[in-house]
Write a protein that binds this ligand. Structure first.
Ligand SMILES: O=C(O)CCC(=O)C(=O)O
Length: 366
């Protein structure tokens, strides 16, 4: 067995030095900078960590539906009581998740990378599937602490030890700016695994997420700081106890992380907050071709100009598009989408869902 695997199995984590070079790190920083720059603040709730009950459902829903999207989560210390940012948006983010690894070309390239693939081959993964990705900012001065936890509380698989995190330092992570700390060997104790963060499956407008079981307490004297250099990474067993302190320094402590499940003979819990969707099936780390979005032959498109008052009936499977309006004329349209309800199931993964106050009305009898 390799040293890497031996150390990983002994401690529940292992540092691998200098996996990504400066150019790759700069590329990831540049890509996240662009994503933040392009983000329209008005389109994203800033109250995602609010404890107000009336915000809870919306915040849960934003989080719960982020597996196949690029979504933005703010630092509590960066949002005032009216939901307004108190610092510029690039300094206000706690993290971005959870579909960077397949939606953004740079993070896709860094994730499905021969270096990461070799690491998983090295720890014996046969069918590794990347379930999520996050870019964590740990902002200077306001980057909050991450309390002690094990990742399997949030991402549960059966067998329980078939989950591993990869934590890539985009900045040097030191004691000063809030590096990770671990309790070495703690992954061997599964006695507190009843503690979980799960979906409630609530349909009445209440909280969609909750913790169940008893929250474990850990002996704080057993934690060891694990500072690492930019471009190095830590492989994190799903059951190893870890945490990070607040970043009270002037230095940023960015990290890019992915979580990988050994899919072979493994069951993904239906109660996990993170689920596959129609658009997103967990991609295999070793062969991820199925993620590539379809491309269409642009020469086959036909323009369909129509007069005011006319309409176009559009099949749900027909490929269509429209170009930007660079003219002086407006081009308003009113669009509806109609489903044949008979013998039809509406996908639970659709962003659009019926609510208590809104059931899809029948077109023929209103
Ligand atoms: O980046 C951090 O400070 C904590 C990350 C972590 O613990 C996790 O993603 O499980």
């Amino acid at each position: 067995m390799s040293d890497l695997r031996q150390n990983f199995e002994r401690d529940g984590f292992v540092v691998i030095e200098n996996v990504f070079n400066d150019q790759e790190i700069e590329e990831m920083k540049g890509a996240i900078g662009k994503i933040v720059e392009d983000m329209n603040l008005a389109e994203h709730p800033k109250s995602v960590f609010s404890t107000y009950d009336e915000d809870k459902h919306a915040a849960d829903s934003y989080f719960l539906n982020s597996s196949d999207k690029i979504r933005f989560f703010f630092e509590e210390g960066a949002v005032d009581k009216d939901g307004e940012l108190t610092v510029p948006k690039d300094k206000a983010l706690n993290k971005i998740g959870h579909g960077l690894h397949f939606l953004d070309p740079t993070f896709k390239k860094m994730t499905f990378n021969s270096k990461i693939q070799k690491i998983f081959e090295g720890i014996g993964y046969q069918e590794p599937e990347v379930v999520q990705s996050m870019y964590i900012f740990k902002q200077p001065k306001i980057g909050g602490a991450v309390t002690d936890h094990v990742d399997s509380t949030f991402l549960r698989v059966n067998p329980i030890d078939h989950l591993t995190g990869v934590w890539i330092a985009i900045d040097e992570a030191s004691v000063e700016n809030g590096c990770l700390s671990f309790i070495p060997g703690s992954h061997k104790d599964t006695s507190t695994s009843d503690y979980r963060f799960v979906r409630t499956h609530d349909t009445t407008g209440g909280p969609l997420l909750k913790f169940i079981g008893t929250r474990p307490t850990y002996d704080q004297s057993k934690f060891q700081h694990v500072p690492i250099s930019k471009g190095s990474l830590i492989l994190i067993h799903g059951l190893v106890v870890h945490k990070s302190e607040a970043n009270t320094s002037d230095k940023s402590r960015h990290a890019y992380t992915i979580h990988v499940m050994e899919k072979q003979n493994t069951e993904w819990s239906k109660d996990n907050w993170l689920q596959e969707t129609e658009q997103y099936k967990f991609p295999n780390l070793y062969k991820h071709d199925r993620l590539i979005p379809p491309t269409y032959d642009q020469s086959k498109f036909q323009h369909v100009p129509i007069s005011k008052g006319s309409l176009i009936l559009i099949h749900g499977l027909v490929v269509h598009k429209s170009e930007a309006n660079t003219s002086d004329n407006s081009r308003h349209a009113y669009a509806i989408h109609v489903m044949e309800k008979r013998n039809t199931k509406w996908s639970e993964d659709n962003f659009l869902q019926e609510t208590e106050n809104y059931k899809f009305p029948n077109l023929y009898n209103q």
